[in-house]
Design a protein around this ligand. Sequence first.
Ligand SMILES: NC(=O)c1ccc[n+]([C@@H]2O[C@H](COP(=O)([O-])OP(=O)(O)OC[C@H]3O[C@@H](n4cnc5c(N)ncnc54)[C@H](O)[C@@H]3O)[C@@H](O)[C@H]2O)c1
Length: 417
Amino acid sequence: MSSIKDPTLADQGRMNLEIAEKRMGALMKVRERFSKEKPFEGLTIGLALHVTKETGVLVRTLRDGGAKVAITGCNPLSTQDDVAAALAEEESIEVWGYKGESSEDYYKFLNEVALTTPQITIDDGCDLVTLIHQKYPEQLPDIIGGCEETTTGIIRLHAMQKDGALKIPMVAVNDNKTKHLMDNYYGTGQSTFDGILRSTNILIAGKTVVVVGYGSCGKGVSMRAKGLGANVLVTEVDNFAALQAGMDGHRVMKMEDAAQLGDIFVTVTGNKHVIRTEHINKMKDSVILANSGHFDNEIDMQGLEEMSASKRRVRHYLDEYVQKDGRVIYVAGEGRLVNLASAEGHPSEVMSLSFCGQALACEYLVKNKGNLPCDVVTLPSEIDDEISALQLNAMDLEIDELTEEQVKYLASWEEGT
Ligand SMILES: NC(=O)c1ccc[n+]([C@@H]2O[C@H](COP(=O)([O-])OP(=O)(O)OC[C@H]3O[C@@H](n4cnc5c(N)ncnc54)[C@H](O)[C@@H]3O)[C@@H](O)[C@H]2O)c1
């Protein structure tokens, strides 16, 4: 039995799903094939993913491939209530979640998905797989495998693997080129600013934007910040990533120095407390803090709460923390992923790539049932390449083919200078 906020929002949800489907041509091609081949007939697929219109298109694709689908959110603030309402009315789909859900409901809903005894799981952040391993271990022998969407989830899975705790094969969908070099880069790059702008409506041009972490997401955020006219400062803990930031033309420095200079701070590290109270103490009046990393622990929100004289909500997901010395610190999206808390997440086109990865990973698990190790596995590069081809086709772009002479040349070593 689904549990959603408001069933009367279903019409709006259906319209949003319709728009997303028009922009997700690659995934719609996969759906067309799945509808004929039914690779998931008789299976239940359990998902803990942001319940957005793009995820809705994935859910329908898995369902049309023959699966029963049970879905809940993977963040208390990211569920789009209209989409949840529309999906809940559809056959073979159960939905639990609402925007702004309590921590208690978040875990209650996660349990609901686990209780449908899925044979395949899809996670964004590893919460569902962790729950099943800890609370429902008797289910593990019947699970074919799972898929993980994001960097933070993959880090958790590697930690499980290292401890010998991982008991099912897990496909690291995030490791597809068509995922982390697209979604994390172009998706997070654009949607992070979408979130910051919806919360603040601030002019980015001329501002100093501090990007904390220069991985796939940080590179995308920095590129968009630069494009919008900001001066970009990058902080890092990794020598090579810092070097790349420097070579890309950004200033690189320690957080304690950047803290004094920034107007807008964006954390994208997948790490804990990268902005702490000692940094906040050095910040200028009216700075904006935003996080686009997976968990809400990148900014020390509790520390900020405790050091502040008062707090109030001043705009759409914008909280004002007044400091004892009178300075004001603004936080967008409650320190949770700002692109999903304050806006609608990544645009459909880029999610089409990520979710082709999820749909094809589920099919890969079924085709290789019983033959995969209980490890973190990556999809064969041919599948990644197929996703690129599907997306190029959806964008109406064509590429050249190697001539016979070129194939021979590339495989030979005799010909030189
Ligand atoms: N908002 C979204 O929609 C979205 C989308 C994709 C990924 N993510 C999340 O964003 C986070 C980053 O993902 P990624 O793919 O860029 O990861 P990544 O591993 O490619 O990059 C993270 C970078 O942060 C750096 N870092 C770690 N600790 C740091 C510290 N204390 N100070 C400065 N830098 C530090 C690392 O050295 C690394 O270069 C993850 O939590 C991921 O799950 C969010």
